[in-house]
Design a binder for this molecule. Structure first.
Ligand SMILES: [Zn+2]
Length: 440
């Protein structure tokens, strides 16, 4: 199955203007028709190769040359970043951009409005872009389809933000993870319909989400940590329900992303043919072997969120029982990641930003490296591997001629100190500079 969707929009040039007005910073590399040469002491191309020194030549919204080919060419503007490393724009496969940080998601439907979600979404999109994430796969809002609107507004160039691939609406079983209507039986929010039980309702939910602008389907294969519903270790959808979601999405040439913590739900999702197993916390050795035996489904863990929720969950408004679930899950998450690494699985890069503050996405790098991943491999995961998982590898994910000029820079060398990924000071998206801090 391929996972194409509508073509990526061209560079959001209007974003340049909006950001420059908002931040009142001088822009060093506006593409006014000429070629821009970006140089630094180092460049990592997203495919595992380090160039020293680093050079990148850009014309309009695309890259035209890299390395020696770029240095030897003529240019009209030059941006020299000095003792820094140039990287492809980063990609996060699991964000919730329209989630406000001051509202706990199970209360969102009775305490907030969709317009609040939209406004937070606009702010969070800018924060995420400025932290170096030029592309995200957004895994669903509490207020259905607010992510579709956010994507459209960014794509048309009205607001700055990452290139977004969106889920539109969760597909959840009654009483399970993703059931946002955790109210008394006498209370309802009829406008939000994300529950589907049985094969027929799941098929209808998939069709409804795609009809209303979703790029892919997010399904909750198991319970969740941050939910009062069925426990995270339990499979909440039957094999048949998961299969019909994949089959129906396939008819639309789209893929399914499965939220899954428990081992049985993970294996059912792999058997069904989902594109990604998100979180994957309790994946057992059989699950790892199943992934190794095929090349369509990817394990996409979210490790940093498992650290921050036990530590700061109370101040984030998360109920005590759910913080407890997260603490218990910590026993599994990192160990599963290490076993997957040892087995040689490709591991997608994701965070669950929105549960913790947007813009802190790059903290996932350090925890992956602490758990044994080579820093270059972590960078490859967050760039070219993620682009391949999304089906966007022709446009983003590496610094190669023909790709969008989505470029970030961090001080020093991230292979020596991976935490430098948290100190992005330069961001270009589609050839337009959206951030260039003079002080570092
Ligand atoms: Zn999530």
């Amino acid at each position: 199955m391929n996972c194409s969707r509508r073509p990526l929009p061209p560079a959001p040039y209007a974003a340049l203007l909006v950001v420059s007005l908002l931040l009142a910073t001088p822009l060093s590399a506006q593409n006014d028709g000429g070629r821009t040469l970006v140089t630094a002491d180092r460049l990592i191309d997203g495919l595992g190769v380090m160039h020293e020194p680093g050079a990148l030549l850009i014309l309009n919204e695309r890259i035209v040359a890299v390395g020696d080919d770029a240095t030897g060419a003529s240019w009209e503007q030059r941006v020299d970043l000095g003792d820094a490393t140039i990287l492809p724009g980063l990609i996060d496969l699991h964000t919730h951009l329209t989630d406000a940080e001051d509202a706990y998601w199970e209360q969102v439907l009775v305490t907030t409005t969709p317009s609040e979600a939209a406004l937070y979404g606009a702010a969070n999109a800018l924060t995420t872009l400025r932290s170096g994430f030029t592309t995200v796969r957004d895994m669903g809002p509490a207020w259905s389809f607010t992510d579709v609107d956010l994507r459209n507004i960014i794509d048309e160039g009205t607001l700055p933000g990452p290139r977004m691939m969106v889920a539109g609406n969760y597909v959840s079983a009654t009483g399970g993870a993703g059931d946002a209507r955790q109210f008394s039986i006498y209370v309802d929010v009829p406008v939000v319909q994300n529950l589907a039980d049985g094969v027929d309702e799941v098929r209808t939910a998939v069709r409804t989400n795609l009809k209303h602008g979703a790029d892919f389907i997010k399904i909750l294969a198991t319970g969740a940590v941050l939910s009062q519903g069925i426990p995270p270790g339990a499979q909440q959808y039957s094999d048949e329900e998961l299969e019909v979601a994949v089959i129906e999405a396939g008819r639309w040439d789209r893929f399914v992303a499965a939220h899954a913590h428990g081992a049985e739900g993970i294996k059912a999702a792999i058997r069904a043919g989902v594109r990604t197993v998100d979180h994957g916390s309790m994946m057992d050795d059989e699950g790892i072997q199943m992934l190794l035996a095929q090349d369509f489904t990817y394990y996409v863990p979210t490790l940093y969120v498992g650290v921050i929720v036990p530590r700061e969950g109370a101040s984030m408004g998360i109920p005590e029982a759910q913080i407890q679930r997260s603490t218990e899950m910590m026993r599994y998450r990192n160990a599963t990641f290490r076993r997957a690494l040892e087995a040689g699985l490709p591991i997608g890069f994701a965070t669950d930003a929105g549960v913790f503050p947007h813009g802190q996405n790059a903290r996932e790098f350090a925890i992956r490296v602490e758990n044994g991943e080579d820093p270059m491999d972590a960078i490859t995961a967050a760039t070219s591997l993620n682009a391949r998982i999304m089906g966007w590898e022709n446009d983003v994910g590496s610094l190669e001629p023909g790709k969008f000029a989505d470029v970030v820079a961090v001080p020093g060398n991230p292979l020596d100190d991976i935490s430098s990924m948290e100190r992005v000071f330069f961001v270009m998206q589609g050839g337009a500079v959206v951030r260039h801090d003079r002080e570092r």
